[in-house]
Design a binder for this molecule. Structure first.
Ligand SMILES: [Zn+2]
Length: 279
């Protein structure tokens, strides 16, 4: 009996020692202050590198196919106005798209290119066919392309609105051919392939049915705008992320261009905004 009692005592003692030894590390662990209540929903912390939330689509259902580049400069969705014209971008990135029209003075044209090059900025130029090699020299057009900017269709001779209203789809096809031939004969095939983009802007923004049908047939993207030089005046709606700005190659617009270059906006071309150019 006495031996059995000693065995039982030994077992109890061993068990107590084991429990005590096992519980030691737990006792030494740092205290954790648990919250009294657990939030019903986890807190979301925005991640700078995360892709943006999908933005609501615009009213358009006729958006053209856009070839997106994996390393496009900005994260943006083309935004169409009530006439189905590309007029701005939805984006979370602080950029403005610069478009520059017409061009009848080579001196002013060169000043515009000086400003773009000084600031390492590209733009999309909507140019007129009768200027090619005449008012605007070949060297200037080649310089524009080498700078990374684009040339797009803006009619052969910038007709008056009263004439535009009478032009048929066939008239525009002929006009576009004239424009294209004039540009090609001045800058050559290689520069043409590199710098001419499939975008178009109606003179005076007169987007007639004949013009729109012609664009559709040719697969050209109609590019409108939602900001102009007046945007820079006091008490006007300022530029917003993804605005498409229109300026003209005239001395009166050089001030606005300088202001834009001095601002914090990232300034890019239509092609860069559409992701059709990789950096
Ligand atoms: Zn114009």
């Amino acid at each position: 009996m006495r031996r059995s009692f000693r065995v039982i005592l030994s077992v109890i003692f061993f068990a107590l020692f084991t429990i005590s030894a096992c519980s030691y590390p737990l006792a030494a662990a740092p205290a954790v202050n648990l919250p009294e209540t657990v939030p019903a929903t986890p807190t979301w912390v925005p991640d700078e590198t995360a892709p943006p939330e999908p933005l609501p689509t615009s009213q358009s259902t006729a958006a053209p196919e856009v070839r997106l580049c994996r390393t496009s400069m900005v994260r943006a969705i083309p935004e169409y106005n009530n006439k189905n014209l590309l007029a701005s971008f939805q984006t979370l990135d602080p950029f403005v798209v610069l478009t520059i029209d017409d061009g009848y003075s080579n001196t002013v044209f060169d000043q515009v290119l000086d400003l773009l090059e000084e600031n390492e900025v590209s733009a999309t130029f909507f140019l007129v066919g009768t200027s090619f090699g005449e008012k605007i020299k070949k060297e200037t057009l080649i310089r524009l392309i080498e700078n990374g900017s684009d040339i797009a269709y803006h009619s052969y001779a910038h007709p008056e609105v009263s004439i535009i209203e009478k032009m048929s789809t066939e008239d525009w096809l002929h006009d576009y051919q004239q424009w294209s031939d004039a540009l090609l004969s001045v800058i050559g095939q290689q520069a043409y392939d590199e710098g001419v983009v499939a975008y178009a802007r109606a003179p005076y923004g007169a987007w007639t049915t004949g013009f729109m049908n012609f664009l559709k047939e040719q697969g050209l993207e109609p590019v409108h705008w939602n900001a102009d030089e007046h945007t820079f005046e006091a008490n006007r709606t300022p530029l917003r992320d993804g605005s498409i700005l229109i300026l003209h190659i005239i001395p009166e617009n050089l001030d606005e261009l300088e202001q834009l270059m001095e601002s914090d906006w990232k300034v890019i071309s239509v092609r860069q905004a559409l992701g059709e150019v990789c950096d």
